[in-house]
Design a protein around this ligand. Structure first.
Ligand code: SF4
Length: 389
């Protein structure tokens, strides 16, 4: 039975942060109970159509920690009742450090979650103020302490660098403070200024400067060295982990393996079909109340689908797999999955990328894998574009 990663989207936030372009809404908390009912129905509908084993569970958002422990436990119960999984399964929840308590985290642990991902972003009050985050770094310190007391031994912290007017020294301090909390995993993202967000308007009107890309590159390189010195392995362009703490859920995406997305605006990829759900919370609830399954993997909430051809699957396997800085794309896996060698399918692209020193062959155990060269990690998009056009 092919294992599927399971993603549940929770599109509620206390406040919309100035840089955020995720599908999430503030001031809609009254809809949470009906939304949870919708999620339960969607899980039941999709899983009723075939037997599915779960690879991992991830509650993302939005702010999943706005759901009550009872609501989260009932969702976990529904997943447990409808998918096969073993006890070692990674079950993650994204949490806003300003929304948790010790009691809350203990209840999450009791419900079966074993990994937390805290949206920290920065240790500096000026950065957090600019980003319009609702927490400060004291909230992070408390949240991590409570998570440990509650028995979580797998914590991830998300940080953002390359903010307007953020000097290198402030980023270095953020990373040092973050490491003092001994997380098992770190995700570091360069700020992207998205059109349509308050940040986008401020930049367009000259109210704040655009982040300096050269400085952001220096921040990234400094972080890579600092984290390596401190025992973290960079396993993906933006992700570092202590050995054996790589995020199993995200690995499933990067390996281009199947996942099911539940909730408003969630995406999924299974049975050679990619699909997307309707964005709005109320429309999502309405569709789940009335509708019936379209066909696996699409529930009544699904509004679009794309059949993925074998060639497209190969292209996407390259684009996603090359994000994995250690593992890359295994030549053997590629051949056994698609029946052709990666050199035959992408000869021209590979020759070009080798000549630009952006790609290399690496020996991993007894296998050969294609990987980005270290200096190509900052130029990933140039490489990926060659595979997907
Ligand atoms: S908490 Fe996260 S998801 Fe919610 S608005 Fe802020 S950045 Fe977006």
């Amino acid at each position: 039975m092919t294992k599927h990663a399971l993603y549940l989207h929770v599109p509620f936030c206390v406040h919309r942060c100035a840089y955020c372009d995720f599908n999430t809404y503030a001031g809609q908390d009254a809809l949470i109970p009906a939304y949870v009912d919708g999620l339960i129905r969607e899980i039941e509908l999709i899983s009723a159509s075939r037997q599915i084993a779960a690879k991992s569970i991830f509650f993302g958002g939005g702010t999943p920690s706005l759901l009550s422990p009872i609501q989260l436990a009932s969702l976990m119960e529904t997943l447990r009742a409808n998918f096969a999984w073993d006890d070692a399964l990674e079950a993650s929840l994204e949490a806003n450090p300003g929304t948790v308590s010790l009691d809350y985290l203990q209840k999450l642990r009791d419900a079966g979650f074993n990994r937390l991902s805290f949206g920290v972003q920065s240790a500096h009050p000026d950065d957090l103020h600019l980003l319009e985050r609702i927490h400060d770094f004291w909230d992070v310190i408390h949240a991590v302490k409570w998570a440990r007391q509650a028995g979580f031994d797998n914590l991830s912290l998300d940080l953002i660098f390359g903010l307007p007017e953020q000097p290198l020294s402030r980023w270095q301090e953020t990373l040092k403070y973050a490491l003092d909390l001994h997380p098992e995993h770190l995700s570091l993202y360069a700020l992207t200024v998205e059109h349509g967000t308050p940040f986008g308007h401020w930049v367009a009107r000259g109210m704040i400067p655009l982040p300096d890309p050269d400085l952001a590159a220096d921040m990234y390189e400094w972080a890579s060295e600092f984290l390596a010195e401190n025992g973290y392995i960079q396993y993906e362009i933006s992700n570092w982990a202590k050995p054996k703490y790589e995020c199993q859920h995200n690995l499933q995406y990067w390996r281009n393996l199947p996942y099911l997305g539940f909730g408003a605006g969630a995406h999924g990829y299974a049975a050679r079909t990619r699909y997307a759900n309707i964005l709005g919370i109320q429309p999502y609830i309405n569709r789940l109340k009335k509708g019936s399954m379209i066909e696996f993997p699409r529930s009544p909430a699904s509004i679009s689908k794309e059949e993925i051809s074998p060639y497209q699957a190969m292209q996407e396997t390259m684009m996603l797999g090359l994000r994995l800085t250690q593992e890359g794309v295994s030549a053997e896996d590629f051949r056994s999955r698609f029946g052709s060698s990666v050199e035959d399918v992408f000869r021209q692209e590979l020759d070009e990328l080798f000549s630009l020193a952006l790609l290399e062959w690496a020996d991993i155990g007894n296998e050969k894998a294609l990987r980005l060269t270290p200096h190509a990690r900052l130029l990933g998009n140039q490489v990926f574009r060659r595979f997907v056009g």
